[in-house]
Design a protein around this ligand. Structure first.
Ligand code: NAP
Length: 487
């Protein structure tokens, strides 16, 4: 990996001195350019592997598999724990790398590193608690013993929006379960993944247990790995569109899939909500990562009695945010990941405005250098606008007015997605009643933030399959084996 001289002072050189990581060996190269979204300038160049490199990565994961599987759980746990400690120790350098390649504000990047490291700590603990089962058959004919075994080599594909956390949320449980892995980070943000792999090496992860490669040919490389019968797991986080393609590809060799896909989260505010709390929650649910989060509130449904006050409060807060490069410590809203992302947001907002919406702040992309879109609030948005159906993935808050609980539920469920939802009400009974009818994998009640390594993260409908984190996350990387036992 070559790091552009202009940026080399930002992060610990020891963390970014390498490229492809296969079988414990680093291989630098070129072919994939990493840009600084604040300026569009070249940040670094990393190797672009061939299909043969991907096959070498599977070979390496295979060569390490038996040893890692046989490593006592306590030892696996201690390696993960050391990795957690090293991430914590290097938090500032990792946060800087995230800011540089992803663009998010430094405070968001620091939050991500803490969240990401926590997956290693959590799964260091879970590694030693892998459950089994013993039962009597109803007929009394024999006993049922259920063991959980590591599923095998896992391919992990992650997006650019949380370059550290999406990787640790997969590597943590996979390693705890006894699997070896090949991580393919997004091509926009490979630097953080390589830096973490460096720390993993230092923590004692044996060669071949974790392999990392970025590619400009994700389809070709992934298909080659999925076609290899030694690969038994695909864990993917990204868009629903790519998820569908990968599910079809994995079907060819019947590979087990966990899918963390897109979202279109409704944020429902009832008349009886605590307005200030709802506004605080709205800012977190909308503006963490400048709106580039799968759990980001995408549709604000606000009851008629509180609607105008909510729009006024949200507009004031969004207007006051400082836009700028993530590495400026005063920045609260960084750039979008690419110019294409800005174009998509612009299309959604322009269509909504043409259909009768009104921007109370923002509403147009900025024309200076970098990929900036300003914090925007839209009111009077038609409920069938594209912006209500598609993921915005940016700092835009469309607000819709509703009258009754039933109407809020109908609007909230009117989407193919079902990842996250939010409800604000002082009446917990009402919130729970409505919450039970919302089609979602996760629900924040009077909270704008729900992600927690100890909780099961995932969606229903076309937002995904399976759960990451929590006590069940490790089972995504294990197969139950049933022993029929007579004695
Ligand atoms: P994306 O375009 O689907 O890409 C995600 C990953 O898939 C990247 O590593 C990408 O590689 C790779 N990829 C693309 N095409 C592929 C193919 N044909 N075969 C194999 N891999 C392929 O998504 P994104 O734009 O990076 O991320 C944003 C999306 O992720 C949003 O929809 C968001 O909601 C979702 N997301 C979901 C969660 C969740 O937990 N549910 C969390 C975070 C993000 P390249 O970078 O090389 O294209």
């Amino acid at each position: 990996m070559t790091f552009h001289a202009k940026f080399s002072g930002y992060a610990d050189p020891a963390l970014h001195a390498a490229g492809l990581y296969i079988g414990g060996k680093w291989q630098s190269g070129s072919g994939i350019t990493v840009l600084d979204p604040s300026t569009g300038n070249l940040l670094a160049e990393v190797a672009d592997p061939s299909i043969e490199d991907a096959q070498r990565a599977v070979d390496a994961a295979d060569a390490a598999a038996a040893g890692w599987r046989a490593t006592p759980a306590r030892q696996r746990s201690e390696i993960l724990r050391r990795w957690y400690q090293l991430m914590t120790q290097h938090a500032e350098e990792l946060a800087t790398l995230i800011v540089l390649e992803n663009g998010k504000a430094l405070a968001d990047a620091r939050g991500e590193v803490a969240y990401a490291a926590e997956f290693f700590r959590w799964y260091a603990e879970e590694a030693t608690r892998i459950p089994g089962e013993f039962r009597h058959t109803p007929s009394g004919s024999h006993n049922i013993l259920v063991d959980h075994e590591p599923i095998g080599i896992a391919v992990l594909i992650t997006p650019w929006n949380f370059p550290a956390a999406m990787a640790t949320r997969k590597i943590g449980p996979a390693l705890a379960a006894g699997c070896t892995v090949i991580l393919k980070p997004a091509s926009e943000t490979p630097l953080t993944a390589y830096a973490m792999a460096r720390l993993g090496e230092e923590a004692g992860v044996p060669p071949g247990v974790v392999n990392v490669l970025t590619t400009s040919n994700p389809g070709g490389i992934t298909n080659a790995m999925l076609a290899d019968p030694r690969v038994r797991k695909l864990s993917f986080t990204g868009s629903t569109g790519v998820g569908r393609v990968l599910l079809a590809e994995a079907a060819k060799s019947v590979v087990s899939c966990s899918m963390e896909l897109g979202g279109n989260a409704p944020f429902i505010v009832f008349d009886d909500a605590d307005l200030e709390a709802a506004l605080d929650g709205a800012m977190i649910a909308k503006m963490r990562n400048a709106g580039e989060a799968c759990t980001a509130a995408n549709r604000f449904y606000v009851q008629a009695g509180i609607h105008d006050a909510f729009v006024a409060g949200l507009t004031a807060r969004m207007k006051s945010l400082k836009l700028g490069p993530g590495y400026d410590p005063e920045t609260q809203c960084g750039p979008m990941i690419t110019q294409n992302a800005v174009r998509k947001i612009d299309r959604l907002v322009s269509e909504a405005l043409a259909a009768g919406a009104r921007a109370t702040t923002g509403g147009k992309p900025l024309t200076e250098n970098g990929y900036f879109y300003p914090p925007t609030v839209l009111e009077n948005v038609p409920v069938n606008a594209s912006i209500a159906r598609e993921e915005i993935f940016g700092p835009v808050a469309p607000v819709y007015k509703f009258e009754s609980d039933d109407e809020a539920i109908r609007l909230a469920n009117n989407t193919e997605y079902g990842l996250a939802a939010y409800i604000y009400s002082r009446d917990l009974k009402r919130a729970m009643k409505v919450g039970k009818r919302i089609e979602t994998g996760m629900l924040g009640i009077n909270r704008g933030l729900m992600s927690d390594p100890a909780a099961p993260f995932g969606g229903v409908k076309q937002s995904g399959l399976g759960r990451e984190g929590g006590v069940t996350g490790i089972l995504e990387f294990m197969e139950p084996k049933y022993f029929a036992v007579d004695y």
